[in-house]
Ligand binder design. Structure first.
Ligand code: FAD
Length: 396
């Protein structure tokens, strides 16, 4: 079904989601108070970002004024900002901060290579399998440190890295709950939620994909969000006083790798008559869109996928704001349906997305032209077994 795009205002976009997406989202139809979708907001966030103080302040949780994390992740996630562009944007900052920030961009690049090379195997433990998972499905919201983080996740759709590690560790290490359920909880809400970075973050924190488990205890809250401990009614008998014991795990074999990194050059089978945009690449610099400035652009909200995932409405609002703004500049058709059914028979140009969902749908559609993904490190063939193994190949 093709539908009329709303104007690019928050209220019109929220009304459109409520009208057109019934049964396809969870939670109230309210956008993130902190992030707006669209290229204008992405460019403004990058212009505003000052890398000074990043190295020491990126892990600060509270007070908000002391945070030095960039908050660029929702825009990076959906290709509104590419990693090469963000990498260049900080070049005049203090060298220690630039180095620390670029290291994190490399973690994002690594997550994408890791996912492209492992695909759906990343849904299972890659290095260690927990021997038992307890039943349960939540964080203890009586504790202000956990409550504040869950509240920010569910309201803003975003958390600083440190708070993600606290929640993931509390879930999977201290309480020994199934990490996949926790990963799904994050994915439902995070505006930057990607299976690549989210699964990597969970596998790494909980220890199923890394060499050790990350323990979360009161000490980190006292350092990174001291006001939460000061006001905590449980401060005299904090249940997080001690670091948790590691949970027992057994080693597992590394899975068979695939390669979904895509072509390195443009591949043309026939002349395209439209550009297909995916949620991985919604920016003005999408290579297929740039190559064909006069062609109409098509985006398909994947109805069967949305019905299954039940993402928070915030995530859909972010995407629709981006599309509504784009429609002011390009001829844009937006559909709600199965992308393979909607696009089969149309000669579309597309930018490869290094994720299994794209590869599978693209095989069904058979694009007329495929543009390479804009990698930060395009020719990296080193091991993805760990970030340190992978990043060795980056050093001269
Ligand atoms: C359990 C867990 C789940 C996570 N889920 C996601 C997710 O779904 N999507 C996502 O983009 N990131 C995820 N991360 C990584 C990281 O927490 C976020 O990228 C970061 O907090 C985003 O905020 P920022 O843009 O202010 O980051 P900054 O600190 O300003 O970093 C700049 C950019 O570098 C990249 N980056 C920073 N840290 C990491 C990291 N540890 N791994 C990969 N990339 C990184 C991101 O693209 C980020 O936007 C997760 C981490 C953990 C521990």
């Amino acid at each position: 079904m093709r539908f009329e795009l709303p104007t690019a205002t928050r209220s019109s976009v929220e009304a459109c989601i409520a009208d057109q997406f019934d049964g396809l989202y969870s939670g109230p139809v309210v956008g993130s108070p902190r992030f707006r979708g669209g290229q204008i907001a992405a460019d403004a966030a990058l212009n505003r970002f000052d890398v000074t103080g990043y190295r020491d302040g990126r892990n600060q949780v509270l007070p908000i004024a002391d945070r030095r994390a960039s908050g660029l992740s929702p825009y990076i996630r959906h290709g509104l900002l590419s990693l090469p562009e963000v990498w260049s944007a900080v070049e005049h900052g203090p060298s220690d901060d630039v180095r620390a920030f670029r290291q994190e961009l490399l973690w994002q690049e690594y997550a994408r290579h890791w996912y492209a090379r492992l695909g759906s195997a990343t849904a299972s433990p890659l290095r260690h399998d927990p021997q038992a998972s307890r039943p349960g499905s939540g964080w203890d919201r009586m504790l202000p440190c956990l409550d504040a983080a869950v509240d920010e996740l569910e309201t803003d759709g975003w958390l600083v890295n440190q708070a993600r590690m606290w929640l993931a560790s509390d879930w999977g290490v201290r309480n020994q709950l199934d990490w996949r359920t926790g990963e799904d909880r994050f994915f439902t809400h995070l505006l930057d939620g990607s299976r690549a970075a989210n699964r990597l973050g969970w596998q790494w924190t909980v220890g199923v994909g890394s060499s050790r488990q990350y323990g979360f205890a009161r000490d980190q809250v006292q350092r990174r969000a001291p006001e939460l401990c000061r006001s905590c009614p449980h401060a005299a008998a904090c249940p997080l006083e001690d670091y948790p014991d590691d949970q027992p795990m057994v080693p597992v074999d590394w899975p068979t790798e695939v390669d979904q990194r895509g072509p390195r050059e443009v591949v043309t089978y026939q002349s395209p008559e439209a550009v297909w945009l995916t949620a991985e690449s919604l920016g003005a610099s999408d290579p297929a869109m740039v190559a064909h400035p006069d062609l109409p652009v098509v985006f398909v909200f994947d109805q069967p996928l949305l019905a299954r995932l039940q993402l928070s409405a915030k995530r859909l609002i972010f995407l629709l704001e981006t599309l509504a703004e784009m429609a002011e500049l390009r001829h844009l058709e937006v559909y709600l349906g199965d992308p393979v059914e909607v696009l089969t028979g149309r000669a579309v140009a597309v930018t490869h997305a290094p994720v299994p969902g794209f590869v599978q749908r693209s095989q069904g559609i058979g694009p007329a032209e495929i543009h390479p993904w804009p990698w930060l490190v395009p020719d990296h063939d080193g091991s993805v077994r760990s970030f340190s193994a992978w990043s060795k190949k980056l050093r001269p």
